[in-house]
Design a protein around this ligand. Structure first.
Ligand SMILES: C[S@@+](CC[C@H](N)C(=O)[O-])C[C@H]1O[C@@H](n2cnc3c(N)ncnc32)[C@H](O)[C@@H]1O
Length: 217
């Protein structure tokens, strides 16, 4: 029987630096929903490294769900962490998410640039709807930062994404924070990560803000 587990070398490399940020910014316990879990390598690692949290992985695609399920069930990491939930099928674009009660954190890595731009507003809307009061949305990935020269590697990556799908591409940080502010999510912290990535920590304030904005690139 074939093993449905997918392997992402990037996820293997970045999972520990991401976990260390999560361990610093999150409280000792809570419930987390991961959007766009991909292979599932992150979910297994984060659940193991955050024993006070329940970790709920999810994805849109059937092959990703099979991979996440297999990573969750496999015992490479000893017994699978008991705080790791089986994956949910969740499309951020859906008006309702299969989330029965508010969660304390939503985590989403590497989706915004490999999905059409409207997924950003959908992610923010869902976070505002499903996060508990003062819950956090944490994203990870590459962003274009106004006034900061983009690393050559990210420029080439952006070009390759747009060549694969014109609706994809690395997003401007200013556009992402604008969509967040519209639904009452404030950027609390921006953390530089290896390989020219950023982690963004948004917190729910409950107050949507009106801002002047030029719109996405
Ligand atoms: C590059 S992978 C990132 C996977 C993982 N988070 C990581 O960092 O290794 C992008 C993921 O986004 C998911 N995705 C794309 N559009 C989505 C949507 N509308 N709702 C939920 N997930 C989506 C894809 O299925 C894919 O698993």
């Amino acid at each position: 029987m074939t093993d449905p587990r997918q392997h992402s070398p990037a996820a293997e490399r970045n999972r520990q630096p991401i976990l260390e940020v999560l361990q610093r910014v999150l409280p000792a316990r809570g419930s987390a929903l991961e959007i766009a879990s991909g292979t599932g390598q992150h979910a297994v690692h984060f659940a193991a490294g955050l024993p006070g949290w329940t970790w709920q992985p999810s994805d849109l695609q059937a092959d990703a769900l099979a991979s996440i399920g297999a990573w969750c069930a496999r015992a490479d990491v000893g017994a699978p962490p008991t705080n790791l939930r089986p994956p949910l099928r969740l499309d951020v674009m859906a008006p309702d998410w299969p989330v029965p009660e508010p969660v304390d954190a939503i985590f989403c890595a590497n989706m915004l640039h490999i999905a059409p731009w409207p997924t950003c507003a959908a992610l923010m809307r869902g976070a505002a709807q499903y996060l508990a009061a003062h819950g956090m949305l944490i994203t990870y990935g590459p962003y274009l930062v106004d006034g900061v020269a983009t690393a050559p590697g990210n420029l080439a990556f952006d070009e390759s994404l747009r060549a694969r799908n014109p609706a994809w591409g690395i997003r401007r940080l200013a556009d992402v924070t604008y969509e967040a502010a519209r639904v009452g999510l404030r950027l609390r912290e921006q953390i530089a990560m290896p390989a020219n990535n950023l982690m963004l920590v948004f917190e729910r304030t409950g107050q949507a803000q009106q801002q002047a904005h030029s719109g996405p690139a």
